[in-house]
Design a protein around this ligand. Sequence first.
Ligand code: NCD
Length: 403
Amino acid sequence: MALEGRDLVSIFDLSDREIEAVFSLADEMSQHTRGRLHVANGRIMSTLFYEPSTRTRLSFEAAMLRLGGDVLSVADMGATSVAKGETIADTVRIVESYADVIVIRHPLEGSALVAADYASIPVINAGDGPHEHPTQTLLDLYTIRREKGKLRDVSVALVGDLRHGRTVHSLAFGLARFGAKVTCVGPPGLEMPPHLLARLEKEFGCVPAQFHSLSDIVTNAEMVKRRPGRQRALAAEVVSLFDAIYVTRVQKERFDSTQAYDAARNSYAITEELIKRALPDTLIMHPLPRVDELAYDVDRDPRAAYFRQAAYGVPVRMALVSMLLGLRSTKVGRARKGEYRPKSRHEVDFRKYADLLCPNARCVTNHESYLSPRFNFTDYAPGMVACAYCDHEVAAPKGMTSG
Ligand code: NCD
């Protein structure tokens, strides 16, 4: 299926072949990250950022300008009619008449899906609360593929605030889909949410090993299982097992209290000392911004890939925008057997269950009153249904059927 006219709300909106097609075009776009191509002449991108951003917003805008298009943006969404109470639905229905593509970042989970439902032009999710950040996943996967030459069997540690970090939520699935080995290293209280682990296992057969710290000790048996051929040490630190270590900051803005944040910050840090014990070619990645969890000393190590990673954001977003706007007809290979393809979900006939609410206080359905909650049956949580907006689960009422 061509990408023209489509939305990118979740990493599940793209098939594996479509992601590979974005990467091939990004390879080509890497040659054009200076100067201007004139393929997007006359096209306008509107960036609606209701949350702070440096890299995502500027690299989207740089991508559109490098393609030859223009950008329509507001410095502060709080200075728009949002301050008067305008909803997401109304805002995007206005903006669609001014622009050809919308890039949205919003603190509520499911907000990008609302924008996509109401706008008739392509909508790209640049982060919806702690839920998803699919374009960051594209550039993260692209970084590993470019620097390691492949994704299959690459062993990746996701380290840090795995509970609230939207980048790692989308990335875990991206890695699993391309056959990488995923390990979760989350300090107590910041572990990967159980519903994501259940889905990784049921839909992709991926069962991440879990540790609380990169300094945990693994036994020889575990080590051989994770990195066959590396049998030298009888026991080793977890840090010695990975081809890539992907670090994230503690997501301060997602905590309910400053006390809870203070207890979590400083619970982990990547230092020069620690990475001395990593492999000589381990990539150190980070979506940035960093706070206290990644020492500046690490920057001078050639394994530090995070600034290169941020730079790949431009060609990857140039490729994505070109494809969604139909500026380039790109060949998407045929799906291989068993690989992920976007599926239609078995949606519950929610009209019959109007009193069923999403249990997630940060779900957009609990904030924008014109929305009706919607739920899907899933393959990974028997007896439960998942919110179509934020994926949080709720027990299916007795007799509930798909609509
Ligand atoms: C991330 C985000 O906004 O989720 N930043 C980014 O887009 N590069 C990570 C973060 O804020 O910690």
